[in-house]
Ligand binder design. Structure first.
Ligand SMILES: *Cc1c(COP(=O)(O)O)cnc(C)c1O
Length: 470
């Protein structure tokens, strides 16, 4: 750079103009007005720095480059998920498979029959097909779709519990849970205009607790699946069938927030942990169930509502429903996902496929990855070994289930800290995210797609290039 690095000659006048910086930066891969805004902001803070702290003019280039790097990194982009957590909310939950991606492209780039009845040539029901098939998948009379499971719950609360005098929602104290960042059942209830009517205790709630709480203010009984934690020991809660009897006697709906909504028997994963299915909850007497589209179902972000036809129809008539509806891309992706599930080809759904990959297949990939790292010129500052790990389902479901897995265990040469290696991999291209266990930095191959093995090797080589050599 032409700016002299010495402090004495640093003056506000010597700072380059925005135009000059833009010229020198050339193509940054970001839109020009965005780069200009960053440059202006950095030059301004440098100007302050020259006054207050005595920064040097030479500081401008690295500061602007690093501000642009940070901005570029904050874009949504593909990452390699080596955490072993299959449904990871930070990584966009369920990745979609090829069949769904193809359908998305088809619908996204052309006109489509979203609200058009091809048989009559008239306006048709939005999402009629996916609603029909979701009802079959859930063993329900009827189903519909909103933005996410939180929206499904809000819609139900607005419909059933926001009209005085019936605003009380009865819920067990053991189910007043927080799910993920900032989704708290009691807060959602209150924000929706419902009145929380807690019953029982944290660990024990009986049918009689519910029965005693019923009065003229009762709007509905809510059961929330304890997705992301479990309670053991001195615990008890009534089964759904007994709660259904109470709700029937009281003439109020029984609403079940299932959260992840597995449509398969999760005990097949080998840990004996059972996630209730929507069909089970409905057959045991739930009037309505809600669950997410992008957790164990393996589809796009959506909230599925299923249950009695009159209830579903009433929810769809709420003015609020219009504000929560899904767009054509979500409906198209969900439509294909549901058909794959009904067609018994769940292996087309990445989340399901990942749960079932045999250890042998993972081990064979691990061997190839370690071999190709060592082939040619092995990276100096990096050792890679094959290890074992325990994948998790994630997404707040099956908190006790662990699926045995195979990992690539990395060490960053002699004295190289695994935290530094983790950071280099995260900042690389593509970004690679792993986890540290017992002092080892590990990448779980169960959540890494086979087509990512090659980019992974490239990323590992690049990360090791900056490592302290052994
Ligand atoms: C995950 C979860 C939700 C929220 O689902 P979103 O689709 O993210 O809105 C609500 N309730 C339960 C029990 C959950 O596990």
């Amino acid at each position: 750079m032409s700016s002299p690095p010495s402090r004495q000659s640093s003056s506000r006048r010597d700072l380059p103009s925005v135009d000059r910086v833009l010229r020198e930066l050339g193509d940054t891969g970001l839109p020009r007005p965005v780069v200009a805004a960053v440059v202006r902001c950095e030059l301004e803070s440098l100007r302050q720095g020259l006054q207050d702290k005595g920064d040097t003019i030479a500081a401008w280039n690295p500061r602007i480059t690093s501000a642009l790097d940070d901005l570029r990194r904050s874009r949504i982009q593909p990452v390699i998920n080596g955490t072993g957590i299959i449904v990871h909310t930070n990584f966009g939950r369920a990745p979609l498979g090829d069949a769904v991606a193809k359908q998305l492209l088809d619908i996204a780039t052309q006109y489509n029959s979203l609200e058009f009845d091809l048989a009559t040539g008239e306006r048709g029901g939005r999402a009629a097909y996916v609603e029909h098939n979701l009802a079959i998948l859930c063993g329900a009379e009827s189903a519909t779709v909103v933005n996410n499971c939180a929206a499904a719950l809000v819609l139900a609360l607005r419909h059933f519990a926001a009209r005085p005098p019936r605003t009380n929602v009865i819920i067990s104290r053991g189910e007043l849970v927080q799910i993920g960042g900032g989704f708290r059942i009691p807060e959602i209830l209150e924000a929706s205009g419902a009145t929380l009517r807690e019953v029982g205790t944290t660990n024990k709630t009986s049918v009689d607790d519910y029965r005693r709480a019923i009065d003229d203010h009762t709007a509905m009984i809510l059961r929330v699946h304890q997705s992301n934690f479990y309670m053991g020991g001195f615990v008890d809660s009534p089964d759904l069938a007994s709660l259904a009897i109470v709700s029937r006697e009281a003439g109020v709906p029984l609403f079940v927030d299932l959260g992840s909504g597995a449509t398969f028997d999760t005990t097949s994963l080998g840990c004996g942990e059972r996630e209730p299915t929507p069909a089970e909850a409905i057959s045991r007497g739930a009037d309505l169930v809600a669950f997410s589209g992008d957790k164990l179902l393996g589809g796009p972000q959506a909230g599925i509502l299923a249950g009695g036809a009159a209830y579903v129809a009433a929810l769809k008539h709420e003015p609020f429903f219009r504000a929560l509806r899904c767009d054509k891309l979500i409906l198209a992706a969900l439509q294909t996902t549901v058909d794959l599930l009904l067609g018994e080809t769940p292996n087309e759904i990445p989340v399901r496929r990942m749960m079932d990959i045999p250890l042998d297949a993972l081990r064979a990939r691990a061997e190839r990855i370690v071999q190709s790292l060592q082939a040619g010129s092995p990276p100096a500052g990096l050792t890679a070994l094959i290890g074992t790990g325990q994948s998790q389902v994630g997404g707040g479901s099956l908190p006790r289930t662990r699926i045995p897995s195979v990992t690539i265990d990395l060490a960053a040469g002699a004295g190289g800290a695994s935290a530094e290696l983790a950071a280099r991999l995260r900042l690389g291209q593509p970004p690679v995210i792993g986890y540290t266990s017992q002092g080892r930095f590990k990448l779980d191959l169960r959540t890494i797609f086979p087509h990512q093995d090659e980019p992974l090797v490239t990323a590992l080589r690049a990360a090791s290039a900056g490592a302290p050599s052994a």
